[in-house]
Design a protein around this ligand. Structure first.
Ligand SMILES: COc1ccc2cc(-c3cnc(C(=O)NCC(=O)O)c(O)c3)ccc2c1
Ligand SMILES: [Mn+2]
Length: 246
């Protein structure tokens, strides 16, 4: 059968991403969420972590968004993370750049593979810059939300966690995903060298529970070409601000 030939040409064991792509395809199709542990390995993970810590020390992170609660008294923080956007080509960020390239390779290859299930629902050829985020502890959190509730073009959220020896019982900061259409929740600990993918739209409401230690993550959002083009077209006509930063 055709697929036999296809499998042979894809069964190139020199392609380190092949097995990972099959795993991402299977989990995204089955659960809409995919967790890969020991993504870079300890040494490379530590190099990325050190670059992020150095950036944080340099003070280039900005405060998260504070929105006063409509009916309440003071400003209730919707999210209290500190963020900065980066290309990965900045000076002294070589290892962050390498991480970004590896995540790109996995997403783009999985999107192109034959029989790739729901990964085939999209045409993925662009993404946002990388958002480096730090929840500074002391109860900083992010209330339950959907990353892309209104078709701004983002289809996959990819998060890489950098938190050594993170113990949720002591540090909190659990990411809880509430997949649509089931009562089951996914409790994802933001542990060191963990890579996470999930659909960015209403299928995956999620929250970051209060963190009591500094909690670092690098997030990439991948665009579906058609939805993004439509969102930009609407943006030009309606003048509404697309929610994600480029
Ligand atoms: C228009 O400017 C901006 C700038 C930054 C923005 C950041 C987020 C965001 C969304 N989700 C999460 C999250 O779910 N993290 C899960 C985890 O860390 O485990 C997060 O940390 C941050 C959303 C909208 C933004 C708009
Ligand atoms: Mn989110």
């Amino acid at each position: 059968k055709g697929t036999a030939v296809m499998n042979n040409c894809y069964l190139d064991n020199n392609d380190p991403y092949h097995e990972i792509c099959l795993r991402v395809i299977r989990d995204m199709t089955t659960y809409g969420v995919c967790v890969l542990d020991n993504f870079l390995g300890r040494d490379k993970g530590l190099l990325v972590r050190n670059e992020v810590l150095e950036m944080y020390r340099s003070g280039i992170f900005t405060a998260g968004q504070l929105v006063s609660d409509p009916g309440g008294t003071g400003a209730q923080s919707i999210r209290s993370d500190r963020i900065t956007w980066m290309t990965g080509r900045e000076p002294h960020c070589h290892n962050i750049g390498t991480l970004i390239n590896q995540v790109d390779s996995i997403v783009i290859r999985a999107n192109k593979m034959p029989d790739n299930g729901r990964m085939g629902d999209y045409i993925i050829n662009t993404r946002t810059k990388a958002m480096v985020a730090c929840y500074p502890g002391s109860g900083s959190n992010y209330v339950k939300h959907v990353d892309n509730p209104n078709k701004d073009g983002r289809c996959i959220t990819a998060i890489y966690y950098l938190n050594l020896d993170w113990d949720v019982r002591r540090c909190g900061g659990l990411l809880r995903v509430f997949p649509e259409g089931t009562d089951k929740v996914a409790n994802i600990e933001p542990i060191f060298d963990r890579m996470l993918f999930f659909w960015s739209d209403r299928r995956n409401p999620h929250e970051v529970q209060p963190a009591f230690d500094t909690r670092y993550a690098i997030t990439l959002w991948y665009f579906d070409a058609q939805e993004r083009e439509e969102a930009i077209r609407l943006y030009q006509t309606r003048g509404s601000q697309p929610s994600s930063s480029k």
